[in-house]
Ligand binder design. Structure first.
Ligand SMILES: *Cc1c(COP(=O)(O)O)cnc(C)c1O
Length: 410
């Protein structure tokens, strides 16, 4: 066997399901991006390697010139990660996607690859707390201004988008209180002043909401949440046009290094196969839980886009397929009552993650949103009585029963 022998070959990473009709997302989730080696393995191969070899110095040079398609180094691209990227992009209906190590590195790269000193960014006030820190604490250190919009009215967004703006960043539904932003309305206003619209689509997942179809330009994911959804790996991804991914995002990631591990991509490829089924079930469970909580006398208020009482119920019906897997609520009572209730749960776990097959509950003020000042929390509507519940795949009956027995202890 010579140094150069490649007995097994590698099929070019073309989508294996090449058909002359448009495939349903359920099929894409199973077959999109699949690139088999010469072994013909059923499941996706795990390429757990950092580097790649070339047949000749000429081939290495041609590969670096981009004249030949060849993997160079796993910080830039890796066959298993590429399969995940292609499958996710196909599922999203995006031209391209790029995977990252975490949701936050996806968020940071999608923003930092675009802005420079003097730029203006407009964002929704209600967002994941680390995204808030990036936009409102880190970017200003670099001479970038972030303006926050506190509600979903057209007047408020039109006012914020009167002047030239580089970027609009919105999270909808928001974490933890499930506030909604009208993606089409904001995208139309943003495009008039030349801004690129990035949507943090983590809470809805690609199953329930398609921001690109509503006019947004870029989508970011924490793959840690619903995409894995089984408490195993961290990951992130950015989806967008081929031009944005290849010419803006890719050079930034290539040189700053927040790449996804191929092992995580391999786990996440399998996760995509069951994503639709899981999210639909979690969301129908969440609807049942939200309805039961709303009818309970110990609960002051329930925040869930699938309830008619949600201020943006109509928008949710238009923009999302269903209400999603997260329910927030306010208990009648202070923090000690909330803690007593959480400690009394027998099935639901106390944990700050979301989108998991196991139902998880958290008290945002003392955990996920502790980092924000009391003033910002108040502006966001998060109080010591607020609880966030990520509804999992258990039987909805058991979840309602667990919540009811814990509430009865108060
Ligand atoms: C979790 C989360 C993130 C960050 O993702 P990580 O994978 O934890 O880095 C960003 N946005 C939202 C809405 C999230 O829930």
């Amino acid at each position: 066997m010579t140094k150069h022998s490649r007995p097994w070959g590698y099929h070019a990473p073309e989508q294996s399901a090449q058909v002359d009709w448009e495939l349903h997302p359920d099929t894409i989730a199973i077959r999109g991006g699949l690139a088999r080696t010469g072994f013909g393995e059923t499941g996706e191969a795990l390429f757990m390697n950092s580097g790649f070899t070339y047949d000749s110095a000429e081939q290495a040079a041609a590969s670096f010139r981009d004249d030949e398609e060849h993997f160079l180094y796993s910080r830039f691209a890796n066959p298993t990660v590429a399969m995940f990227e292609q499958r996710l992009a196909a599922l999203e209906g995006a031209e391209a996607a790029m995977a990252t190590s975490t949701g936050m590195s996806a968020m940071f790269a999608s923003v930092a690859s675009m802005v420079k000193q003097g730029d203006r960014v407009v964002a929704s006030l209600n967002m994941f707390s680390s995204c808030y820190v990036v936009l409102c604490e880190i970017l200003p250190q670099w001479g970038i201004e972030t303006v926050l919009v506190d509600d979903n009215s057209e007047a408020a967004w039109a006012d914020a988008l009167k002047e030239p703006t580089k970027l609009v960043f919105i999270e909808t539904p928001s974490n933890p209180l499930l506030g909604l932003i009208d993606i089409r309305m904001v995208s139309d206003l943003a495009h008039k002043v030349g801004a690129t619209v990035i949507v943090d689509n983590v809470m809805a997942s690609p199953v329930l909401q398609k921001p690109l179809e509503l006019g947004a330009d870029v989508i970011m994911y924490s793959a840690t949440k619903h995409i894995d959804g089984q408490g195993r790996v961290l990951g992130g991804a950015v989806c967008g046009s081929r031009d944005y991914i290849k010419n803006t995002l890719m050079p930034f990631i290539r040189h700053t290094g927040p790449s996804m591990s191929s092992f995580n991509a391999w786990v996440l490829l399998k996760s995509l196969e069951t994503l639709t089924m899981r999210v639909e079930r979690m969301s129908s469970n969440a609807q049942a839980v939200a309805e039961a909580l709303e009818a309970h006398s110990a609960i002051e208020r329930v925040y869930y886009p699938g309830l008619k009482s949600h201020p943006d119920y109509e928008l949710a019906q238009r923009q999302m397929k269903s209400g999603g897997s997260t329910v927030a609520f306010k208990l009648k009572g202070d923090q000690s009552q909330v803690f007593k209730f959480m400690d009394a749960l027998q099935v639901i776990d106390i944990s700050n993650n979301i989108g998991d097959s196991k139902s998880l509950i958290t008290h945002p003020t003392t955990t996920t949103h502790r980092r924000l000042t009391p003033e910002v929390r108040e502006q966001m509507g998060i109080t010591e009585s607020t609880v966030r519940l990520s509804v999992g795949l258990e039987s909805a009956d058991d979840l309602v029963r667990d919540l009811t027995q814990a509430l009865a202890r108060l």
